[in-house]
Design a binder for this molecule. Structure first.
Ligand SMILES: [Zn+2]
Length: 444
């Protein structure tokens, strides 16, 4: 019975690491030649750097290949072949899927996929779901807007692929979604951490339904780092009485990593399908050893229509020191994606990652899930304002909460904060990705 199988692909997921590396090198050569041969954009990039496919014999040579940034993709699109531009490696008639990035940091990037690419997306997600304990008997609810963003689209197809039953909760509002989960006794769902917490809040406070009384026992999160932030994960798991697992992916890359049932504090990179390199953001050096953070340069080794070859993702990651107890040989990144090179900003000369603030706020008893961080200037000096909500009935503990918050923020981030307490329910709520961090300093 397939249900009893521990791994989705037992051969690849337990392959010795040196064999995985060999496979990655062979696959890299193939996708590099493909992009070089078929796309004007890629060819001119590589010609300028003086690199030809036959030059690539080792990982050292791969590191000499120029990286691709999101801004470069913006520059070529809307041109021929419309709307993707000349990074496209297949005739337009072979494209079967359109997606675009959510554009939170500028003009969206269009992404083309062939039907084969789309099957690859679903296969990557099948590894994720299987590793998180999804099996054919599961009934999976998908509470997201099915639209131009990739979001959980491939999760939908992968759930079908592994034999689970899928309930698409597309245009329903939050209350209708919760009722549908209850009516059909759905056992698993996928959503952003913000929405997982928001749904629990609606169920409890607006509908009088305890989410733990529902049948949901597995939740797959993506889109935000929350499921890898221990305090946020705990809030979600406590609220739903379910296991919460993280996954990171991107429109331009694919579904490249996942947390497994062992919940060992890291995410497995699917190394059979992706090559992850970590580069020191200051020195440009490549990092092989665990425990040193850098930005991720990633290659999707099998994606064809609009390839992802050495994409500079700006995600900050580090290798974990230990292998995962689950037995997969795919390496782990510790604590998931810990930040974005763009988001990590200097405040009063100190490097600040917004996820560190989230970890403190979500770990403090008496505070609600929502918060907002605003960085601005008071005269010449940087100022950070943290807006938080006290839970109903806990207003009397404000002094204790304030003192603990100040201490823990100082300890975690080495910075002082201007704390603003708000009534429960008054900060903005988000359905998909939250915009909790605002840096207003450029305007001054
Ligand atoms: Zn594992």
């Amino acid at each position: 019975m397939i249900s009893e199988q521990k791994y989705w692909n037992p051969l690849l997921e337990t392959l010795a690491h040196e064999k995985i590396r060999k496979l990655q090198l062979e696959k890299f050569k193939r996708i590099f030649s493909w992009a070089h041969e078929r796309s004007k954009f890629h060819r001119s990039l590589y010609e300028k750097a003086g690199i030809k496919p036959r030059d690539i014999r080792s990982f050292d040579e791969i590191r000499r290949i120029p990286t691709v940034e999101k801004s470069m993709m913006r520059g070529i699109q809307r041109k021929d072949p419309f709307p993707y531009g000349d990074a496209l490696c297949v005739p337009l008639e072979e494209v079967s899927e359109f997606r675009q990035t959510s554009g939170t940091t500028g003009q969206p990037v269009y992404q083309a996929d062939t039907w084969q690419d789309w099957e690859w997306w679903a296969e990557c997600w099948a590894y994720i779901l299987w590793a998180q304990g999804y099996r054919p008997k599961d009934r999976v609810f998908l509470p997201f807007g099915y639209n131009v963003f990739v979001a959980f689209w491939a999760g939908h197809y992968a759930a079908e692929k592994i034999g689970a039953e899928v309930v698409p909760g597309g245009v329903l509002d939050t209350q209708a979604r919760i009722l549908k989960i209850q009516e059909l006794q759905c056992t698993a769902m996928m959503a952003t951490p913000t929405y997982v917490l928001g749904m629990a809040d609606t169920a409890k406070n607006k509908m009088g339904i305890d989410p733990r009384s529902l049948a949901i026992r597995k939740i797959t999160c993506a889109g935000e780092p929350g499921a890898s932030i221990p305090t946020t994960k705990k809030r979600m798991e406590d609220a739903w009485g379910a296991k919460v697992y993280d996954h990171a992916g991107a429109t331009e890359i694919g579904a490249w990593c996942f947390e497994c049932e062992a919940q060992s504090g890291g995410l497995h990179v699917n190394e059979a399908f992706f090559l992850v390199e970590i580069q020191d953001t200051e020195t440009g050096e490549y990092i092989e050893e665990p425990g040193r953070r850098g930005k991720m340069i990633i290659t999707a080794l099998d994606r064809q229509a609009q390839p992802c070859v050495r994409f500079d993702s700006k995600d900050i990651i580090e290798w974990a020191p230990e292998p995962c107890p689950c037995g997969r040989s795919f390496r782990l990144i510790k604590g998931g994606v810990v930040g974005r090179a763009d988001d990590i900003t200097k405040v009063k000369g100190v490097l600040l990652a917004p996820s560190a603030i989230e970890e403190v706020v979500r770990g403090l008893d008496g505070l609600a899930d929502e918060f907002e961080v605003i960085v601005d200037k008071q005269g010449d000096i940087d100022r950070i304002t943290l807006k938080i909500e006290i839970l109903k009935g806990r207003e009397g503990e404000r002094k204790r909460i304030e003192a603990q918050l100040k201490d823990q923020l100082r300890l975690k981030t080495n910075l002082g904060y201007n704390l603003e307490f708000h009534d429960y329910g008054t900060l903005p709520r988000y359905d998909v990705k939250a915009k909790r961090f605002k840096d207003l300093r450029e305007k001054h």
